[in-house]
Design a protein around this ligand. Structure first.
Ligand SMILES: *Cc1c(COP(=O)(O)O)cnc(C)c1O
Length: 449
């Protein structure tokens, strides 16, 4: 069958999230206390996370039930559509079939609401009054502000200063949903003040903003912290993407040969990929599963698989992951959501075990792919998601050159309607190349023990 849209009904919203920790050939290494460097006990996380989230973080149960209240809110936009990119296929003159799962239909504009809603729900259930978080490009802050408003929680967002100034409409959107937004580094926290003392003009980074949000939550007993990527419970929540997509591909009548998503912290990638990784592990399927990252922040393709901190001030537990080092400062590329120094421990372990692979792309190539996609499919993609588009196009071209058909499925994690400044820069020919010389990366890696 060759439909353009493959849709599911509201009744087909998954009832359970899929937990890959039940099926991984090599289990995850435990998080370490940042001071003692001993495995962190679950209750050490209790200062910033609710019990149910901590339980999910450590769980090896294969399927975890999605609460009814969460499924009801998911129904605002889920199940999200899978599209066949017929026109893009034609433009590329490829025998490959290109499908994409579109998460930009969420009212927050990206996949991030899939985890913001359950995180707000579990915190509300535990009697928490306020959530703190960081945001880079503003996608996560927007999703969490919305979810907090739905559940009657207050929300404080530390927004990386360069984005705070460059993306005023993202800030307005968070404020519209009732959040309090500070440019980070701010003078509200010790971590922020320390950075400002050394560098009053600091543009900020995700690592610094995380330090501020974690400190704020740890200091206030009615306040918790919420993270939009990286951690196991976030990956778990995002598996609704892959569970739906697998059903949709069954309906379409094709099992994907290649599954692709962009990767910052690894949550939309893992969300789409994990149900397909399960088939590789359990049924010996040969699917290639590819994470696409920016050459400007190449944690998976050039980073080191080691224990590292999640933030600049070293307040978070250390995690075993592919990382460029917790004080690595990536160049200011337009895919702000992909500027994290580390990556999800689950994704990292699977990469280490050879079950998934990774590629890195230069900024101008990513925008060229984004424009070709937009001109054929009519959706303006987020610069982050466009890394996946670039990878899908490369696969389709390879299929043409090899003269063989293959089925490609990628995640279009969000729309780019708040990113028009970046498109302006690209269209006026002023977009910078963004890769990093190896000696800068090697210097950053040397700091990791
Ligand atoms: C945040 C974001 C990403 C990157 O985060 P992951 O955790 O790697 O998924 C990708 N795409 C969009 C649209 C985002 O908002």
């Amino acid at each position: 069958m060759n439909e353009t849209k493959i849709l599911l009904t509201e009744k087909e919203i998954p009832t359970h999230w899929y937990n890959i920790q039940a099926d991984m050939p090599n289990p995850l290494k435990p998080p370490l206390n940042p001071v003692t460097k001993k495995p962190a006990a679950p209750d050490e996380l209790g200062a910033i996370f609710p019990q149910e989230i901590i339980k999910q973080e450590m769980s090896t149960e294969r399927f975890i039930e999605i609460p009814e209240e969460v499924r009801k809110l998911y129904a605002l936009w889920r199940p999200s559509p899978v599209y066949r990119a017929h026109r893009l296929e034609k433009a590329l003159d490829t025998p490959a079939k290109i499908y994409f799962k579109y998460e930009g239909v969420s009212p927050a504009g990206s996949h991030k609401l899939n985890t913001a809603i359950p995180q707000a729900y579990y915190n509300k259930k535990q009697g928490i009054k306020r959530l703190t978080t960081e945001t880079g490009a503003g996608q996560w802050g927007t999703a969490l502000s919305m979810a907090c408003k739905f559940f009657g929680l207050e929300c404080t967002v530390y927004m990386v200063k360069i984005s705070y100034n460059q993306k005023p409409y993202r800030r307005s959107m968070m404020q519209l949903f009732g959040a309090e937004v500070f440019a980070s580094p701010s003078d509200k926290t010790h971590a922020g003040r320390e950075v400002l003392k050394k560098d009053p003009d600091s543009n900020g980074s995700l690592g610094i903003a995380i330090s501020e949000a974690v400190e704020d939550a740890a200091k206030n007993s009615d306040t918790n912290y919420a993270l939009g990527s990286v951690l196991n419970h976030v990956v778990l929540h995002q598996t609704v993407i892959g569970l739906e997509a697998k059903k949709q591909m069954e309906k379409a009548g094709y099992y994907p040969d290649v599954v692709i998503a962009c990767s910052g912290g690894g949550s939309n990638f893992s969300g789409l990929a994990m149900p397909f990784v399960q088939d590789k592990i359990k049924e010996g399927k040969k699917t290639r599963i590819v994470a696409a990252e920016p050459a400007a922040c190449p944690s998976l393709t050039k980073g080191k698989f080691t224990y590292d901190y999640g933030d600049t001030a070293h307040l978070t537990p250390m995690m075993m992951m592919y990382t460029l080092g917790s004080d690595f400062m990536p160049p200011g590329i337009h895919a702000g959501g992909l500027r994290y120094h580390g990556s999800s421990p689950i994704q990292s372990q699977l990469l280490h075990d050879g079950l998934i692979e990774a590629v890195a792309y230069e900024q101008p190539d990513v925008f060229e792919a984004a424009v070709l996609f937009a001109q054929n499919e009519g959706i303006v993609p987020a610069p982050e998601s466009s890394h996946a588009i670039k990878a899908a196009i490369d696969e389709a071209i390879k299929a043409r050159e090899a003269g063989e058909s293959r089925t490609i499925l990628f995640c279009l994690s969000g729309h780019g309607y708040f990113d028009m400044t970046a498109y302006d820069i690209y269209l006026s020919g002023k977009l910078q190349n963004s890769s990093l010389p190896d000696d800068i990366i090697n210097k950053a890696l040397e700091k990791l023990s």
